[in-house]
Design a protein around this ligand. Structure first.
Ligand code: AHR
Length: 523
């Protein structure tokens, strides 16, 4: 149990602390209060918001989760070191097999005896795909990891019927062709895959089989109907706009949702952000844009629902999100498991990842699924190099949230100083979200200040905070500091002992460029 001001137990925190003390002496600290009320609730946080994404791209599958020749491989050929690290993230919905890869993938190539599976030329990433990992290996991995399977069907070069056959393979009891194939491949019990994405980024010209919105809508409706006729229990995710910058943004979504009608359970959103302008303050303000994207997409869903006078509300599935801008190597040059988009993440990226998660929690009423893109090697929190593995900075905010995700999101009002981001507009220095689970309150706070500490108060208006159960912090003086194989703990979560409870409120001082997650118990 933490409560009193503990002695810092790490060099990093000691440095950050002394930097903030300097500002106190000079009168340069700022003050902010996070105001909460236990009855001001947004909605239950859907655990699937803490999902991931495993694509057959680069070294995500091969040399990522699956590497039979590796010293760490288990009896299934999966890397135990990688899986142990992923276990810490406690991910929920795991989207597979793509991504752009899905739009050229024929699922039937990835089942059956491994020596009979075809090696194919893969066009999305110009790679060679051996199909040694496919549906049954993925499902077995989901079961071992506690992940909820989430499959993307091929609506690029594939047909609605091929998609429907995959549902039969996965979900139907024996007695018919594709279900019997699954049984022959060793799985008597159905895989029971509930979540299915109707293609990937079909609005993007780079997508195999890209078509205008009206044509995609027809394809998606046909596929959804046949898939749901095969298994009434499934839920489908329609392809929404792949970015806010695409010319068809919103209009694509309106057309697709109108045509799919009550068939659409969710619509997808994607977002990759970066600090191309090397302006940390503006970059950290990007959560403004994420909030706006969610609210705009929800507005389309509500608009279409109202126009159709339907009781059915389509919810949001943010099935690709992350920081991605430094490594744009996307051409596999005809290789198997090429090194593609192996982004190196630093402290400011970790704070932006926390910003995405704040936004999802704050919109718990409409964001029901979200998938960090991706999980290993490809724009990922984990990197591998032969038998070695490295945990990147963005791993920590995800882990800190995931451990505290259960409960109901509360509305958050931050009272404190603001600044003006060049492109992302005016934001409070403090970005926050909160989850209440009975007598337990989880508070997440990012301090975006670059060089001034922040005196923070957490005030739950209608209750007193009793004890501080645990708190962790990710912080540093340099936004560009990143982990490396030589220095693997340059950015990581550390215990944060700088909190006190005074008159039922939590007080602490946050160093600049920091993210904290705090678990509190109410009196
Ligand atoms: O995650 C990498 C790629 O980004 C995905 O394959 C695609 O959907 C998106 O453009």
């Amino acid at each position: 149990m933490l409560g009193a001001r503990n002695t810092p137990n790490s060099t990093e925190r000691a440095d950050a602390h002394s930097a903030s003390e300097l500002y106190v002496e000079q009168g340069l600290t700022m003050n902010s209060t996070v105001h909460l009320h236990s009855r001001q609730q947004v909605g239950t946080v859907d655990s699937r918001v803490f999902g991931g994404f495993l694509e057959h791209m680069g070294r995500a599958v091969y040399e990522g989760v699956y590497e039979p020749g590796c010293r760490h491989a288990d009896e299934h050929g999966c890397r135990t070191d990688v899986l142990a690290a992923l276990k810490r993230l406690d991910m929920t919905a795991m989207r597979y097999p793509g991504g752009n890869f899905a739009s050229g993938y024929h699922w039937i190539d990835g089942i059956g005896p491994k020596n009979k599976r075809p090696t194919v030329r893969e066009l999305a990433w110009q790679s060679i795909e051996s199909n040694q990992f496919g549906t049954d290996e993925y499902i077995a991995l989901c079961r071992r990891m506690g992940w909820t399977p989430m499959l993307t069907v091929n609506l690029g070069t594939g047909t609605p019927e091929e998609a429907r056959n995959w549902v039969e393979y996965c979900n139907c009891p024996g007695g018919t062709r594709y279900a019997d194939m699954r049984i022959a491949n060793g799985s008597r019990e159905p895989h029971a895959v509930k979540l299915w994405c109707l293609g990937n980024e079909m609005d993007g010209k780079w997508q195999l089989g890209h078509v205008p919105a009206d044509q995609y809508a027809i394809r998606a409706q046909q596929a959804a109907k046949m898939m749901k006729d095969t298994d009434r229990a499934i839920e489908v995710v329609a392809c929404g706009s792949c970015s806010t910058g695409i010319p068809t943004y919103m209009e694509w979504d309106r057309q697709v949702l109108e045509h799919l009608g009550d068939m659409a359970d969710y619509v997808s959103l994607h977002r990759y952000v970066g600090n191309q302008a090397n302006d940390t303050a503006d970059y950290l303000a990007v959560s403004n844009g994420i909030d706006r994207q969610i609210e705009e997409m929800d507005a389309v869903c509500r608009f279409v629902q109202a126009r159709r006078k339907s009781k059915k509300r389509a919810y949001l599935c943010f099935d690709e999100w992350n920081v991605w801008y430094k490594n744009m190597q996307m051409d596999g040059a005809g290789k198997e498991a090429p090194h593609l988009i192996e982004e190196a993440y630093n402290l400011e990226d970790a704070l932006v990842v926390a910003g995405f998660l704040h936004s999802f929690v704050r919109h718990a009423d409409c964001v029901k699924i979200a998938n960090l893109a991706q999980i290993v090697n490809v724009i990922a929190p984990i990197l591998t190099r032969c038998d070695d593995m490295l945990i990147q900075s963005i791993f920590y905010p995800f882990e800190m949230f995931a451990r505290r995700r259960q409960g109901t999101a509360l509305r958050v009002a931050v009272d404190g100083p603001h600044y003006e981001g060049k492109t992302n507009g005016r934001v409070a220095f403090v970005d926050a979200s909160a989850i209440l689970n009975k007598r337990k309150l989880q508070v997440f706070v990012t301090h975006r200040g670059l060089d001034r500490a922040m005196d923070l108060t957490v005030d739950l208006a209608n209750a007193s905070i009793g004890e501080i159960e645990s708190a962790e912090i990710v912080a540093g003086n340099d936004p560009k500091v990143a982990n490396s194989y030589e220095n693997p703990s340059a950015v990581c979560a550390r215990e944060f002992g700088e909190l006190t409870v005074q008159n039922g409120k939590v007080k602490c001082q946050l160093p600049p460029l920091s993210f904290v997650a705090i678990t509190l118990t109410l009196e």
